[in-house]
Write a protein that binds this ligand. Structure first.
Ligand code: AMP
Length: 452
């Protein structure tokens, strides 16, 4: 099936062809015709499903009619983070190259005056984080009474970040008779309530994460000591020994730890950048760009900063901390194994984090094998059985069956055989360089120009 039957304009179809997309993803296939019919849409989909293009492409088609007026944006897209907002702006640039539309970004860390100058010229698409949008509104530089179409993206992340009161306020500032597109990865009761208040008779479009994504991720646990320095030491070893290593995102639970770990990795001559909420906007953009271009091989990040970022082809995800919310585990490991490629996700587990691992295993319906089990967690006999792929009461079919009933969000497949995989991981494949008494693959030793 191609894009041609969805009702998109010729200009948009030409841009899709230039981008090289041949087939719409399920959310695009289901949502685009409805958006073009001017229906409200409730999209339950995670990043990686093509949901951004599912709203950008029909919006471009709809915006071909009409003109923008000064300070009165025609459409408004709300995003929880600056990076996501910038990513959506990139989509408009990519697909909107045949259109003469004014797109403005209202995000923190960027000068008010530059943003204001754009608003005066008249904006077809305004992409904003809620706080900065309200700042502009309160300064009287923006009128929301001309908004014909409102997009609320990553609504569940907005909830996690405490933005719901801002969203509700913005909802009262835009016209009642508008079209609303509402996207969320999960549907907790609070999000259902917001969706009910924002949407009028919506079409519900729900897509699962592509099965190929999760089934291509090999997941492992590694027991570590309780001290942070023990974890850092273990992480360095894991990176050095990683099989088929190309690049990695390393997640920490707290932004303070992101900064600490990043500094430590750089001290140990790893080519790393960091991404967390306390960095200023240019530094965040520079870090992300360095990682995207492959100039930096390691990105140390917090959940909030990294959520939803489209970074293709990451070979490894390391969880320096076990995420406190099991849902975040699914998001984190989903950064690898994308687009049918294989990936590896390794979680470091201190003794105090064992309970969180159990919650994750319940959510994903899998027992994640240990590369190095903690004393007493998995007896040698059980570890050997797990290593040989045999079933045991905690893993295997019983759990997988239970997971099937629960509609797991991650792979139902058992991870790759751990013992053999680990043995392979220890055999160095990359050319190694020797410096400061440490063994590092040569690419990790290249100096990094980007500011970190
Ligand atoms: P998203 O879920 O919006 O973050 O998109 C995930 C990735 O899929 C992005 O890199 C998009 O450029 C890409 N993508 C979106 N739609 C398609 C499509 N129809 N075919 C191939 N790739 C796509």
């Amino acid at each position: 099936m191609s894009f041609s039957h969805l009702g998109l304009s010729e200009k948009v179809l030409a841009a899709i062809e230039a981008a090289g997309y041949k087939t719409p993803t399920p959310i695009q296939d289901q949502a685009i015709p409805r958006v073009l019919e001017r229906r409200d849409v409730l999209g339950i989909a995670q990043t990686g499903t093509g949901k951004t293009a599912a709203f950008v492409l029909p919006m471009l088609t709809l915006l071909e009619q009409g003109r923008a007026r000064a300070r009165m944006p025609r459409t408004l897209i709300l995003e929880p983070t600056r990076e996501l907002a910038a990513q959506v702006a990139d989509h408009f640039e990519k697909y909107g190259r045949n259109h003469k539309l004014n797109v403005a970004l209202l995000i923190g860390g960027v000068s008010f005056d530059d943003q204001d100058a754009k608003l005066i010229r008249g904006v077809d698409v305004l992409i904003a984080t809620p706080g900065r949008l309200l700042d502009h509104f309160e300064r009287g530089r923006l009128l929301l009474s001309g908004v014909e179409l409102l997009v609320i993206d990553e609504a569940d992340r907005m909830l996690d970040m405490g933005f719901i009161p801002d969203i509700e306020r913005i909802g009262r500032l835009v016209p009642f008779m508008r079209q609303t597109l509402f996207f969320t990865a999960t549907m907790p009761p609070e999000i259902q309530r917001i969706a009910d208040s924002f949407l009028h008779n919506p079409v519900r479009v729900e897509v699962a994460r592509p099965a190929t994504t999760a089934s291509t991720i090999a997941q492992f646990l590694v027991a570590t000591g309780r001290e942070a320095h023990e974890k850092r030491e273990r992480l360095r070893r894991l990176i050095r020994e990683a099989d088929n290593f190309k690049n990695a995102i390393i997640f920490c639970n707290r932004k303070r730890d992101v900064a600490l770990l990043h500094r430590s990795l750089v001290r140990h001559k790893f080519n790393a950048v960091a991404l967390h909420g306390d960095m200023d906007q240019p530094a965040r953009m520079a870090a992300l760009e360095a990682f995207r271009k492959g100039e930096a091989k390691l990105l140390v990040a917090s959940d909030v900063a990294a959520r939803g970022l489209d970074i293709p082809d990451v070979s490894h995800v390391f969880n320096f901390d076990v995420p406190s919310h099991a849902d975040d585990y699914v998001h984190r490991i989903g950064r690898t194994g994308r687009a049918g490629r294989s990936g590896t996700a390794i979680t470091l587990v201190a003794p105090s984090e064992r309970k969180q691992v159990e919650a994750i295993e319940r959510l994903i319906g899998l027992t994640i094998p240990w590369i190095e089990a903690p004393a007493g967690a998995t007896g040698p006999e059980q570890a050997a059985r797990e290593a040989s792929g045999a079933q045991n009461p905690r893993s295997g079919r019983a759990r997988a069956g239970e997971a099937r009933r629960r509609e797991p969000r991650a792979s139902r497949r058992q991870p790759r055989e751990p013992a053999r995989d680990h043995a392979r991981a220890r055999a160095p494949r990359e050319p190694h360089a020797e410096r400061d008494g440490t063994h590092l693959p040569a690419f990790l030793l290249r100096p990094l120009p980007a500011k970190v």
